[in-house]
Design a protein around this ligand. Structure first.
Ligand code: ZN
Length: 177
């Protein structure tokens, strides 16, 4: 969730041999020496790869609402895969709103307080993820980024299935205000 640019954060570059599994999404990526994590709950390489993947969206988001909406969806998909153990699942509640309730992700700012108040701390969390930012990056040559982000967000939401009842209740409560 940081805009901080990091030097050469592309963990797929450079031919490094040492790898690490991201504690959040499980993506196994090359260790980039000296790279600090820009996201709690994520390995430095994973957070760096996400930053690189959405950099173009960040640059465009101020001028284009569709891009801003897509960036919000990507950020929530990423955040929902990288929650700390006792952190409320606000990002997963937001995915519920965008994907099931058809709320515009641009309303994230308006709804932030109510989502934060309603967000549960689900005891059961996804044990594995269908799609990670590493899969996204690997497919970028053949599939366009908006399509990849939408299918990634859908997959993350489906991976959260054991907590859907609690997340839907929280989403309804946030909308009811
Ligand atoms: Zn990760």
């Amino acid at each position: 969730m940081s805009d901080t640019d990091t030097a050469n954060p592309d963990p797929l570059a450079g031919g490094a041999l040492e790898t690490t599994a991201c504690p959040g999404c499980g993506a196994v990526l090359a260790v980039v020496p000296g790279l600090a994590s820009a996201h709690p709950g994520a390995s430095p390489s994973c957070a760096g790869l996400f930053a690189v993947t959405v950099r173009g969206l960040r640059e465009e988001a101020a001028q284009d609402v569709q891009t801003a909406s897509l960036l919000q969806l990507a950020t929530d998909a990423y955040d929902a895969q990288h929650l700390l153990d006792d952190e409320p699942a606000a990002a997963a509640v937001r995915l519920c709103l965008w994907l099931e309730r058809d709320v515009d992700p641009l309303r994230a700012g308006d709804l932030a307080g109510r989502v934060a108040d309603a967000a549960p701390r689900p005891q059961i969390r996804p044990g594995r993820w269908t799609t990670t930012v590493a899969d996204l990056a690997a497919d970028l040559d053949v599939v366009d980024l908006p399509t990849l982000i939408r299918s990634w967000a859908d997959a993350v939401w489906i991976d959260w299935a054991p907590a859907h009842p609690a997340l839907r209740t929280a989403g309804a409560s946030a909308l009811a205000g």
